[in-house]
Design a protein around this ligand. Structure first.
Ligand code: NAD
Length: 461
């Protein structure tokens, strides 16, 4: 554990970002209060249970009882804090803009709890459109003036880059830390807060070991607008890298090339890099879809088009439709057919089904008259909530990956869970009505799948 003198930190929002950040900060020696308006989440957290599926969170919560507490009550908890981090959701509005009203609401409540004469650093960790830091500063200043309270408040943007499924790992061992602020004091406070991470002076938690060869993360300090832009640009680039390889995959299918070979062949060029070049049924989650939409919306405000980001989104949508078309084509129509779906979360390691390709594809299949049997090791409960009552009548959730395929006309691998890589394909094929496998994540070797008795289709091979 760190020798760094613990700071008092309030984190508002205990979702994927807020909770993992809170756990990491408590572990490196700070005193953390996690705040959420969701009473159920807070109740669970008070019992040491994690409301989200993320490796290591519950183990660490159990060992951090003295450093971390949870509450639904924000105002009374901010007065004595050094740092207040805002990590609430910023969902997409209908026009694609990010909705920052939760962030601003929190900023107001925070300001209502600040104490005369104290100094605070308020940090925006949520992914927010350009200029939101200025708005947060304005809301806080105005509220303090209304209350006639004189506190010193420094504002900083500290975008988060963690990957769901690896959230704690990324919090302990980030590639970089970005801080955008006009206030040198805020940068200094955050440098102190992150010192054990920047210098890697903490003992790695057993559940989240440090990988060999990990090098110290650079601290990038910049202005708030650039920090906000870094976050959007990073997500847009990652999204378009996947959409690019998916577009190439489509052409590979036409010309008879194997996209996995192509991806390796180009990815070994260090200017390109191997990661995020896995062709598949597309990206989803709480970030790429809404952040690319928000970036385009920011452009629109300035009458500035972003055709590359728009195309990345279009290709991603097409990828879902092509998956359904492939099933329609191989089954000569899906009406009345039973399709088994392996995987519901938008990626492995998480129970998050927001904007998950699996969910969209199931919906499209149901629209075309198919029946669905669906499996996921952790996301079934969340998936259930994502469908309408009518849709649910067409879906059977099954807790076993072999059982789910029983009697199915085709199986679609929608999420590349490790569990699916290890399936006995012969056994899987043997329980199906017709052994057709659409490997939406290219996790099997086509030859092995065919030898197991499957009619095999991948993406771009
Ligand atoms: N999930 C990711 O992988 C990821 C990665 C980087 C950045 N982000 C960004 O971080 C932000 C949070 O994302 P998330 O995935 O953790 O969201 P989430 O939906 O999992 O969690 C947000 C939490 O904020 C709470 N909340 C909303 N209003 C509140 C209020 N007024 N007071 C207290 N709590 C409130 C909600 O109840 C919820 O628990 C978003 O802006 C997102 O874009 C997410």
């Amino acid at each position: 554990m760190s020798t760094n003198k613990g700071m008092k930190i309030v984190i508002v929002g205990t979702g994927y970002v807020g909770l993992t950040t809170a756990v990491m900060l408590a572990y490196i020696g700070h005193n953390v209060v996690g705040v959420d308006i969701d009473e159920k989440k807070i109740e669970l957290l008070k019992k040491g249970k994690s409301p989200i599926h993320e490796a290591g969170v519950e183990e660490l919560l159990a060992s951090l009882k003295n450093n971390i507490t949870f509450t639904t009550d924000l105002k009374p908890n901010v007065g004595e804090a050094d740092i207040i981090m805002i990590a609430v959701g910023t969902p997409a509005k209908v026009n694609g803009e990010a909705d920052t009203h939760y962030v601003e609401e929190v900023a107001r409540t925070v300001a209502e709890g600040l104490i005369n004469g104290h100094t605070y650093t308020v940090v925006v960790k949520s992914t927010v459109p350009i200029g939101t830091n200025r708005r947060v500063a304005h809301v806080i200043k105005k509220t303090l003036e209304e209350r006639n309270v004189k506190s010193t408040v420094y504002i900083a943007s500290n975008p988060e880059f963690l990957r769901e499924g690896m959230a704690l790992y990324d919090s302990f061992y980030p590639d970089r830390i970005v801080i955008g602020s006009e206030d040198p004091e805020a940068i200094e406070m955050l440098r102190r807060m992150y010192r054990p991470i920047l210098e890697q002076t903490f003992d790695p938690p057993q559940a989240i070991p440090r990988r060999d060869g990990y090098s110290l993360p650079p601290l990038i300090t910049t202005d708030p607008v650039s920090a906000e832009m870094i976050k959007y640009a990073a997500n847009a680039f990652l999204a378009l890298k996947i959409s690019f390889i998916n577009e190439i995959a489509g052409l590979c299918e036409k010309v008879g090339a194997d996209v996995t070979e192509v991806a390796r062949g180009i990815g070994l060029d260090t200017r390109i890099g191997l990661r995020f070049l896995n062709a598949g049924i597309g990206w989803g989650g709480n970030c790429f879809p809404k952040d690319t939409a928000a970036l385009i919306a920011v452009g629109r405000e300035y009458n500035y088009e972003m055709p590359i980001v728009e195309a990345a989104r279009r290709v991603n949508q097409i990828q879902r439709e092509r998956t359904v078309e492939k099933l329609q084509s191989v089954l000569k129509g899906v009406r009345g057919r039973t399709i088994a779906i392996l995987g519901l979360s938008f990626k492995p390691g998480t129970d998050d089904v927001r904007e998950s390709p699996a969910i969209d594809i199931i919906r499209l299949l149901i629209e075309r008259g198919a029946y669905i049997r669906a499996h996921d090791p952790v996301a079934i409960e969340n998936a259930r909530k994502a469908f309408t009552t009518e849709e649910l009548q067409k879906i059977t959730f099954v807790n076993d990956p072999y059982l789910v395929a029983e009697g199915a006309d085709a199986v679609l691998v929608a999420t590349e869970w490790q569990l699916y890589r290890q399936l006995d394909l012969k056994r899987l094929a043997s329980v199906m009505c017709t052994p057709i496998l659409l490997d939406g994540r290219n996790i099997y070797l086509p030859k092995e799948a065919r030898e197991a008795g499957f009619t095999y289709m991948g993406v771009g091979r």
